[in-house]
Design a binder for this molecule. Structure first.
Ligand code: FES
Ligand SMILES: [Fe+2]
Length: 310
């Protein structure tokens, strides 16, 4: 039987095991790669070699050497090229082979160049075609905090879509709504504006007021929370596909001032704690009810995105 590959590729993507959508995703901290050094990282689709040339420019290529498959992440930087540790073939940032010991002309084999950029102290690579642009959540010179990444045994789409699941904020996080959530769908983005208040008096006192935030998904693997009250702060969430499920990285953009920052941190905790425990036991069913409209809109947007490596 013949399989219509394009039709398969057009099928549903949302939360499908082993299926990821194209995205910019973090793979390392910028400071882990000094000039003239190589760092091998595990990335969606396989190992990637990152290296920095003498001018400080960062490059990324598929780490599998096109000669006999050695790991270019174990290589070295010589004259701004990445040199394979096995037989010394040298590669440029575009993946072409620039020369090899004993060869008069460079071999024509090449490795795949990987789009790479640096933001907020992290190194980001594109995991597929047409990744959604990275959002720019910070309105100014706010303090950037990068908590350690976490592994959650749940599909990245479910992790990222969690903030659009308006109903769970009351039951799981103890935030009861004080207004109807407002949904806007502008593919590849979905935004839900929510207002609520903590049901626990202790938490309400700590927060210092009602909660008002906009949660936006940017494609299937990145989301931002723009928190307007009780204190303004921003958070960026990423969920990278890994064999266990997701590796999450949060970047916090915090206003200056210790009291305000503490409130921001408590607010974030109130919004996030307990999600992983639930998500790790979800065996997802695509059985949305009308009340799950935002999550359903997200699933439909994700279905239409280009696939990424996983
Ligand atoms: S395997 Fe890389 S140069 Fe031979
Ligand atoms: Fe949650």
């Amino acid at each position: 039987m013949q399989v219509d590959a394009p039709a398969v590729a057009r099928g549903r993507a949302f939360a499908q095991p082993g299926v990821a959508t194209s995205a910019w995703l973090p793979v390392a901290r910028s400071r882990a790669i000094r000039s003239g050094r190589v760092l091998g990282v595990d990335a969606p689709g396989g190992p990637v070699a990152l290296w920095r040339d003498a001018r400080g420019t960062l490059h990324a290529v598929d780490a599998r050497c096109p000669h006999l498959g050695a790991d270019l992440g174990q290589g070295s930087v010589e004259a701004d090229a990445l040199v394979c540790p096995f037989h010394g073939w040298a590669f440029g940032g575009d993946g072409t082979c620039l020369g090899a010991p004993g060869w008069n002309e460079a071999p024509t084999r090449r490795t795949r160049s990987v789009p790479v950029q640096e933001r907020w102290g992290l190194v980001w690579i594109a995991t597929g075609p047409d990744p959604v642009d990275l959002p720019d959540p910070s309105p100014g010179d706010w303090r950037i905090v990068r908590p350690p990444s976490q592994t959650i045994a749940a599909h990245p789409h479910l992790v990222i879509g969690n903030g659009l699941d308006a109903a769970h904020f009351d039951t799981l996080h103890g935030l009861e709504p004080t207004a109807e959530p407002v949904l806007s769908v502008d593919p590849p983005r979905v935004t839900l504006e929510m207002r609520g208040r903590a049901k626990s008096r202790a938490l309400r006192r700590l927060l210092g007021g009602d909660v008002w935030l906009r949660f936006t998904t940017h494609g299937g693997h990145i989301a931002t929370a723009d928190v307007e009250a009780p204190v303004r702060f921003r958070a960026l969430f990423t969920a990278t596909p890994v064999p266990e499920g997701s590796r999450t990285q949060v970047v916090l953009f915090l206003p200056r001032g210790p009291v305000r920052t503490l409130r921001a941190a408590v607010g974030l905790y109130a919004l996030l704690h307990d999600d992983a425990r639930i998500l790790e036991r979800v065996r997802f069913r695509r059985a949305f009810t009308p009340a799950d409209g935002p999550l359903q809109a997200f699933a439909e947007v994700v279905d239409g995105l280009p696939r990424g490596r996983s």
